[in-house]
Design a protein around this ligand. Structure first.
Ligand SMILES: Nc1ncnc2c1ncn2[C@@H]1O[C@H](COP(=O)(O)OP(=O)(O)OP(=O)(O)O)[C@@H](O)[C@H]1O
Ligand SMILES: [Mg+2]
Length: 234
């Protein structure tokens, strides 16, 4: 098998010539990105350069103006809002800056929620959520109220929620941005361990150069495109 065929088979994220405009401003302007299953990419760039917008396009939350966005081999760029929502539930897990958990639900219910929303079996969803929380070392947090979790516990529960659907790609938008350095390192350890453990792709948006350096590749979003910043050590 040629290496091209091999990479095509294992590509979790393939973006070609992606354009996204807000009004007259071309925020994403011919952007290209390939992330293989089992590998990680950090995306850096100044505030307002479009990093969150890019993640929203990749997760299908917003529709691209044009281009190709293949997630696990399926092009979502031209898909309807309903198809993008279904794809998001099946193949993408997302971690935001503040955990963004629902405080009315327990940590376990927060983790199980994506599967419940997708119409999955409730008993299995709760069992999977419990074992993921144990796997990720958050079992003590799971007995607390969601509202009383520390920032680090919130983020680890959010990582478990991102993984519950066994996604092809995990997207994290400044996942350590609200944490002190030590807690941020714990969350970063967890995140950068995911591609190997769960055979997913990981894309982390961060302003923190130490976090970015832990990814296999660092790309900078500049003038609507991703530019190679450095090669990681793996
Ligand atoms: N719905 C919207 N309507 C109008 N402008 C928007 C909208 N969403 C984003 N923008 C603008 O698009 C630009 C890019 O925003 P985006 O949130 O993607 O940047 P970012 O790189 O994530 O920045 P930060 O590092 O501060 O999070 C900003 O100038 C923002 O104000
Ligand atoms: Mg942002």
């Amino acid at each position: 098998m040629s290496s091209d065929l091999h990479s095509r088979k294992t590509a979790a994220v393939e973006v070609k010539d992606l354009h996204y405009s807000i009004g007259t401003r071309r925020l994403l302007n011919g952007l290209t990105l390939d992330v293989a299953a089992g590998s990680s990419v950090a995306v850096t760039g100044p505030s307002g350069s479009g990093k969150t917008t890019l993640l929203c396009c990749l997760s299908g939350l917003i529709a691209a103006s044009s281009g190709v966005i293949r997630i696990a081999g399926v092009d979502i760029a031209q898909a309807s809002a309903g198809e993008r929502a279904a794809m998001r539930l099946r193949t993408v897990g997302t971690v935001y800056q503040f955990g963004e958990l629902l405080p009315e639900l327990s940590p376990l219910e927060n983790v199980a929620l994506p599967v419940l929303l997708a119409g999955g079996n409730a008993k299995k969803a709760y069992a999977d959520a419990q074992s993921l929380l144990e796997d990720l070392g958050v079992q003590t947090a799971s007995s607390k109220n969601t509202g009383s979790l520390s920032g680090g516990e919130r983020q680890r529960v959010a990582v478990a929620r991102a993984l519950i659907g066994r996604p092809s790609v995990v997207l994290a938008d400044e996942p350590t941005g609200s944490l002190d350095q030590r807690t941020g390192d714990v969350v970063a350890d967890l995140l950068f361990g995911l591609p190997d453990r769960f055979e997913c792709a990981l894309i982390v948006v961060t302003h923190n150069p130490q976090i970015a350096a832990r990814a296999d590749r660092t790309l900078e979003l500049s003038q609507g495109r991703l530019i190679a910043d450095s090669e990681g050590s793996r």
